[in-house]
Every structure is written in C-alpha cells, then in structure tokens.
Design a protein around this ligand. Structure first.
Ligand SMILES: *Cc1c(COP(=O)(O)O)cnc(C)c1O
Length: 446
C-alpha cells in the first residue's frame, strides 16, 4: 500500500476545483460554512464524518459493475467485489441480519424494490397515511406506491399513538399483500412484533422502513424489526451517518419461499434490485456505506445513540415546560413534534422564521391536522445532529430557549406570512453563532 497516493489524489482534486472552477468551489465552501454555523435541528439530517464523505469521491465511481460480487456482467471488478462484500458483511453484522443488499440508490428506491418484488400492479398494500406520518412511498397518491397499487392507509389515535386495532381491522378487511410500518415523525416505540402478528393473520408480508430510527436499532436503543419483518429498509444518510443510499435487509425469513415458490425471498429480492429495478450499483457510495456501517458498530456509537435519545427526552421536556403541546407528550427517540397552531402560528411560518434566525427545523403535520402539507400546524425537531455535535441534555434547554424566543416573537399576518422583530432576530442569530462555536461539528473546520 502506498500511504500517500490517495491523499495526494484527493488534494489534487480539491486544488484543481478551487483553481479551475472558483464559482462551484465557492458554493461548496459556502454550504460547508452554513452547516457549521447554523443550528440544524432537522430530524432527517445527520452530520457525516469526513472519512465517510471522502469515500464518496473515490475511484470506484469509475467502474461499471452490474451484478453482484463474484457475479458481475463486467470485467475489472476484483477490488470492487471486495468493497461491496465488506459493506454487506458490515450491514449484516450491525443489524444482526441474515441478508443485506447495499445497492439501492435511496430508501425510496429500496421501498419501491420491495413493493415491486412482492406485488403486481393493482395489488393491495396497507401502510401509514402520509398525513399521520407515513412516508410518500408507503402508499401516498403522490407516489408510485399509491398509484400502481391499491393503497389502504391506517393512522393514529387522537393521542398520537399508532392505532393497532385499526391496522388489524383494515388488514382483515382488505387482505393486503404487504403491510408497511415505519414513519417519518413518530416519536414513540414501534411494535414490530404486533405488525407481524397482524400480517400473519392475513398472510401479508411485512416491510419495516426504519429509516428514521436505524441508528437506534443498531445501538439497541429501539427494538429491532429484523426478525419480525420479512424486509427491513433504511436509508444510510439519516441515522447511520453515512452516504445518501438505501439498504434492504432480511432476518430469519430470508430463505422462505417467495410467492411464486421458485425462489427464496432473498433470491427474489436480489433479482428485484438488479436487473428488475436498477442498473449498475454506485460503488463509491457503497464504499462510504461500508465505512459508516463500520463506525455504527463501535462502542462510541452506542454512546452517541444514547445521547440522541437522552437529548430527545430532555428537549421534549423543555418544550413542555415552556408551555408547548408536544405530540404524545414526549419522545422515545430523536423526534420531537410540536403543535404551533395552539400558539397562533403555522408550521410554515415557524419554519421560515426560525431559518431566518439560523435555526433549521421542518414544518410537520400533527394528528388531526386541518392544514395542508405545505402549511401544517406543527414542527418536527430531531436530535441527530445536536447529539453529534456533543450537545447533551444540558444544552437542550438552550436550544429550546432559542426556538421559543423566535416563536414567541412572531407576529403572524396570515397562514404563511409573518413579521419578526429585528432585534429578536439579531440577538438569536448571535446566540446561535455562539452555541455553534462552543459545539463545533467534530472534524469540520470552519
Ligand atoms: C426519509 C425517508 C425515506 C426516504 O429516504 P430517501 O433515501 O431520501 O429516498 C423513506 N422512508 C422514511 C420513513 C423516511 O423518513
């Protein structure tokens, strides 16, 4: 191994970009600076280690490698095969899975691949409604999942917890082929065992999309669906702190016969990723995934996962103490969903005003929301990035105060317009800057 070869390669790349394309270099530099100086509390965000980022810029990108390790349609894949196998082995080890496919380009694609391998157009699926926190790919009419399949949706109790009785009732009524669980904004523990029991009653397969909680699952901070669900999907860019890509895994059911009886579920899935759905895999991304999956399997990540959850609890408590209605009264994971309508605001106004003050959160619908998805009555906050910056429960009071100072100062004009006092804005911006410099993103020079 030549110790300096890769380093000088990377250095040369960045030098060339800086000299030859200052416009693009400038934009990338500005984005880097924004991320380091802004308080990102977006639940779907994370902070990726530079060693993961650098894998994405490596030469496996130059290789076309349709197929799988030891079974490629192209030559020149000797090393590539080892990289992909490493990612597969690390995924299986991290999640305790029997089967892992690391080629899906995103979690959206991962879900579509599972759906299209287990169902034909027009078949019925049962997933959580978008308005209750289900993902677009769980049967929304705005996505392929809701247009090509007969999608039935379940929802939440008014309290905000999953209505398992409704799931069971709808499953018996509609006999879905696929039952989908996993959400984008559910702050409580998901009972994967219950979903499997319901699916078994009606002969459905279970797809658990754990995109939002996959890091907690690896670290044992949330029960694992791997052996309850037939298929588990996740992206690797939210809680795995890795590249933008998807992962599909299977547990104890991997070698059960698929519906047509000719293949096992794992064999069927393998063919569904390639050639049915995708072409050549992104090997540079798979290298980054291998790196990220290696990191989440370490003891340090267990500490981070614990901090994510502790921060979530503390943050929810801080908002309750400041008089906000927190959906479900708290959280078991990194997600804190807050009703802002009750404060005379909408989600979009809160989101915009906070961004104006250098705090980034997302507008989000809340149970029973009467506002449209582009307006909403709530905001969704997450602790992935805060915990990664090593902010602990003690700093959550500071974060909640910053958010509260902005929300309390907003004068809503209508559903999407507002006025914000200049002095509040400048004061919050200054305090955000101070907080971010006290808790820099580890290994991210400003
Ligand atoms: C973010 C998210 C996805 C989509 O992930 P992409 O990789 O961006 O396509 C899928 N499912 C859930 C539950 C998500 O939160």
């Amino acid at each position: 191994m030549n110790d300096n070869r890769l380093e000088s390669f990377v250095h040369q790349g960045i030098e060339t970009l800086r000299k030859d394309d200052p416009q693009l270099y400038g934009l990338l530099d500005r984005e880097h600076e924004r991320q380091t100086t802004v308080l990102t509390m977006v639940a779907a965000s994370s902070v990726v280690d530079p060693s993961v980022l650098i894998c994405e810029s490596m030469t496996p990108m130059n290789v076309t490698a349709e197929g799988y390790p030891q079974a490629r349609f192209h030559a020149g894949c000797v090393v590539i095969d080892e990289i992909e196998q490493l990612a597969i082995d690390r995924a299986k080890a991290a999640f305790g899975a029997q089967y892992a496919n690391v080629q899906a380009h995103s979690a959206t694609t991962a879900n579509q691949i599972v759906m299209c391998s287990m169902m034909k157009a027009g078949d019925t699926l049962l997933g959580m409604e978008l308005s209750s926190g289900g993902h677009l790919t769980h049967g929304s009419k705005a996505s392929v999942s809701g247009q090509y399949f007969n999608a039935i949706g379940y929802g939440l109790h008014p309290s905000g917890s999953i209505d398992y009785e409704q799931v069971q009732r709808l499953a018996h009524e509609h006999k879905p082929k696929l039952l989908i669980c996993g959400t984008t904004s559910y702050p409580r523990v998901i009972d994967f065992k219950r979903f499997r029991e319901i699916a078994d009653e009606v002969g459905a397969y279970v797809l658990a999309d754990i995109t939002h909680i996959s890091g907690l699952v690896v670290a044992g901070e949330h029960p694992s669906p791997i052996n309850h669900a037939h298929f588990t999907t996740t992206c690797t860019h939210k809680q795995i702190y890795g590249p933008r890509a998807g992962l599909i895994m299977m547990g104890k059911d991997f070698d059960r016969p698929a519906p047509d009886g000719k293949m096992t579920l794992a064999e069927k899935l393998q063919k569904a990723v390639f050639p049915f759905f995708q072409g050549a895999p992104h090997l540079h991304t798979i290298a980054a995934m291998a790196r990220a999956l290696g990191m989440v399997a370490r003891p340090e990540f267990k500490k981070l996962a614990k901090r994510i959850v502790d921060d979530g609890r503390a943050l929810a408590q801080c908002f309750l103490e400041r008089g906000y209605r927190v959906i479900t009264g708290g959280t078991d994971n990194h997600l804190v969903v807050i009703d802002v309508l009750q404060k005379g605001l909408t989600g979009i106004i809160a989101e915009r005003a906070l961004e104006d003050c250098h705090i980034v959160v997302n507008k989000n619908r809340i149970p029973g929301d009467q506002k449209s998805p582009t307006i909403t009555s709530g905001i969704r906050i997450g602790t992935n990035s805060l915990a990664r910056r090593e902010m602990g429960p003690g700093e959550m009071a500071t974060c909640a105060d910053l958010v509260h100072r902005v929300l309390a100062a907003i004068k809503a004009i209508d559903e999407s317009h507002y006025k914000l006092d200049e002095t509040v804005r400048n004061a919050v911006r200054a305090d955000v800057k101070k907080l971010c410099s006290r808790f820099p993103i580890p290994c991210y020079p400003v």
